[in-house]
Write a protein that binds this ligand. Sequence first.
Ligand SMILES: NC(=O)c1ccc[n+]([C@@H]2O[C@H](COP(=O)([O-])OP(=O)(O)OC[C@H]3O[C@@H](n4cnc5c(N)ncnc54)[C@H](O)[C@@H]3O)[C@@H](O)[C@H]2O)c1
Length: 274
Amino acid sequence: MSTVCAQRYQDKVMIITGGSMGIGKACVQLFVRNGSKVVFCDIEVAGGKELETEVNGAGPGKAVFIQCDVRKEDEIKNVIERTVEDFERIDCLANIAGRHPPHMPIDNFSSDDFRELLNMNLISYFCFAKYALPYLRQTKGNIINCASLVAQIGQSAAVTYAASKGGIVSMTKALAIDEAKHGVRVNSISPGNIWTESWALGVQDVADPKGAIEAGKDCQLMGKFGTTEEAAQAFLYLAAEASFCTGIDLVLSGGAELNYGNKNQCKEKASPYA
Ligand SMILES: NC(=O)c1ccc[n+]([C@@H]2O[C@H](COP(=O)([O-])OP(=O)(O)OC[C@H]3O[C@@H](n4cnc5c(N)ncnc54)[C@H](O)[C@@H]3O)[C@@H](O)[C@H]2O)c1
């Protein structure tokens, strides 16, 4: 007996940034499975085109890939314009493209490094929201911004990244206030440790890659990484069902921020990143 799954976001028009890999890719797959018309963009073209073919073959929704460097405002405008040309509306914007620079102390970051990261992680979200909002107001749609748990709890040797993610949470709340009168909901999601190819690459060159992965798992009460599918489910919930949520930050962390742990930074201890 075949099972027909309910489509939770059928025929809704969705923009996803950073859709070629990781959490963004899982969102493209899940929203298309749920009947959405997804326009996704990324700087990474080969993976984007491959994913476009894959999800269009599976349906029941559809996807269009557009190459876009989210640091470039004219390319952001192009994504919005092409979405409206193709699908005549926008119901949801998921800002997901983001970058974590290598871990280092503030002494090693220049102010230009910080400006570039803000452009990538924060200003791009602002621009996508700014240009999508005229259409989102027409559909009483919603925005979902991907922040990070480190916006709340900080992270060692990641001062610029944590600041960029804190900016996203604050911008989300301020925008939720302004857009409520237009019926637009604005929320953020703060993932903790979600297992992605980038996570795997990030630990490849550290002193003890296996130890770093185990340490990553041990950060969660649940003793494991979250999956990209679990992250995508949170995006779908906020888009499709969370009709009374606006201005929230949905923490998706496996409980990583709870309980006391060994947080002493003042005594020498072995780090898998040493
Ligand atoms: N994975 C985690 O554990 C985790 C935890 C907290 C927050 N996040 C956040 O989740 C989001 C997705 O992270 P991920 O782990 O899936 O990352 P990822 O590196 O797997 O995917 C990021 C995507 O963004 C794209 N991208 C990078 N630079 C771009 C640019 N200039 N223009 C357009 N696209 C660009 C990449 O090509 C890639 O497809 C990010 O905002 C990240 O900060 C991830």
